[in-house]
Design a protein around this ligand. Structure first.
Ligand code: IMP
Ligand code: MG
Length: 181
């Protein structure tokens, strides 16, 4: 019996749906970056599973790196305070960068990361996000690759956590309110 499953009120995207969508996104990236060697920057920790599946759906030469920023702590609402906990190691000057993020809620984290990456003088910066919560945005944002849109609910699994739990669920689901109230 999997204890985590009991805390999920509804499965939004199962393993097959996630893999099928990532395959499509990989094909788009292959086409858009033909002849280039992009740097894929995964945002830790939430993006780690998405990143590992995404890079395997891309058939171009590429480099990977990671950034870690502080986000929610153990709560479920955005603090707006962004702190870099792990910086990029690869020089990004004149490189084509794709930022890979788990979910855009208020949009404050991704906006900060994007502005920060541009300071390294890359040739281009695009964003690839697993989940978008359009109703929660606090800033005007456009994304280049989006796997799925979700409503204003707290979701976990496939890398996304609540209080560091549930990252290892193979699907994306809505966490029961009683689990965080
Ligand atoms: P933002 O700065 O408000 O867009 O927050 C983005 C970050 O908050 C994401 O990278 C996640 O780590 C976290 N987050 C936002 N919404 C959720 C959610 O529904 N489940 C789990 N983490 C979330
Ligand atoms: Mg995150």
């Amino acid at each position: 019996m999997n204890l985590m499953n009991c805390d999920i009120s509804r499965v939004l995207f199962d393993e097959q749906q996630i893999q099928a969508r990532i395959k499509e996104i990989g094909q788009m990236i292959d086409k858009d970056y033909e002849g280039k060697e992009p740097v894929i920057i995964g945002i830790l920790k939430g993006g780690f599973i998405f990143m590992s599946d995404l890079v395997r759906s891309i058939s171009l030469h590429l480099e990977i790196d990671f950034m870690a920023i502080s986000s929610y702590g153990a709560g479920t609402s955005s603090s707006g305070v962004v702190k870099i906990r792990k910086d990029i190691d690869i020089p990004l000057e004149n490189r084509d960068v794709i930022i890979v993020e788990d979910i855009v809620d208020s949009g404050l984290s991704l906006q900060y990361i994007k502005d920060y990456i541009w300071k390294h003088k890359p040739a281009s910066v695009r964003t690839c996000i697993l989940l978008n919560k359009p109703e929660a945005h606090k800033t005007e944002m456009e994304f280049d690759y989006v796997c799925f849109e979700v409503g204003n609910e707290f979701v976990v699994g496939y890398g996304l956590d609540y209080g560091e739990r549930y990252r290892n669920l193979p699907y994306i689901g809505i966490l029961k309110e009683e689990c965080y109230s």
